[in-house]
Design a protein around this ligand. Structure first.
Ligand code: HEC
Length: 191
């Protein structure tokens, strides 16, 4: 009988520990989210228009775009502000004037302007559903180079397609909050 009680007590202890570990895991995931949102706002290189936007998604989207997604390397022409190219040992600062406005040449392809359209306010005039479709499938809705492929050729969409819909929505929300811009002059990615 004593042994049974001891076994039960041990078992209960084990369950308690397991529950505790899962709970702590959940709590810390929540905190990470908060710190990513905060960091996202701290590193956004342009002023953000939060009117009518989901603030948390905008912050998270900025974190994904500016600290993980490498979007500005290929979609800002030039990528860095004058005197702020980290590859030249200068202190890093994204170029805010042509930020994500596309125009970076990749052989026969050119990156697109993914800033909000001045009239509709939608990033490159795409709805959220269209944006999710592009990121999930790589389909080129603009049909820019049908003779080469119906799919986007340079975009690393095969990587982005594995993101959760929440993360992709966060990117879209962030792209809706940045200012409209036009491309400048550059000769390739990361310049
Ligand atoms: C390696 C370079 C590269 C990276 C990194 C990159 N893109 Fe692109 N992206 C391109 C190019 C080039 C095109 C046009 C491709 C083509 O014509 O095949 C494009 C196209 C797109 C399109 C389709 C636009 C349209 O008009 O239909 C979207 C949306 C897009 N990119 C968003 C993003 C986002 C968001 C990120 C970061 C999470 C990103 N891209 C990162 C190079 C890149």
């Amino acid at each position: 009988m004593k042994r049974l009680v001891l076994t039960l007590a041990l078992f209960a202890g084990l369950i308690f520990t397991l529950v505790l570990i899962t709970q702590v895991g959940v709590v810390s995931a929540g905190n990470d989210d908060e710190s990513e949102i905060k960091q996202g706002f701290a590193i956004a290189p342009v002023p953000l228009n939060l009117k009518g936007k989901n603030r948390a998604l905008v912050g998270l989207g900025s974190y994904i775009v500016n600290a993980q997604g490498v979007c500005a390397d290929c979609h800002s022409c030039p990528t860095y502000a004058p005197g702020h190219n980290p590859y030249l040992g200068q202190p890093k600062q994204f170029n805010p004037d042509n930020y994500l406005a596309g125009g970076v040449p990749f052989g026969p392809f050119t990156s697109r302007n993914i800033t909000p359209d001045p009239a509709s306010g939608l990033p490159e005039e795409h709805t959220l559903d269209q944006f999710l479709l592009i990121m999930h499938t790589g389909i080129d809705l603009e049909k820019d180079h049908p003779q080469i492929s119906p799919l986007l050729q340079v975009m690393p969409w095969p990587v982005y397609q594995s993101m959760t819909d929440r993360d992709l929505r966060a990117i879209y929300e962030y792209l809706s909050a940045i200012p409209h811009a036009e491309p400048g002059t550059c000769s390739g990615a990361g310049e």
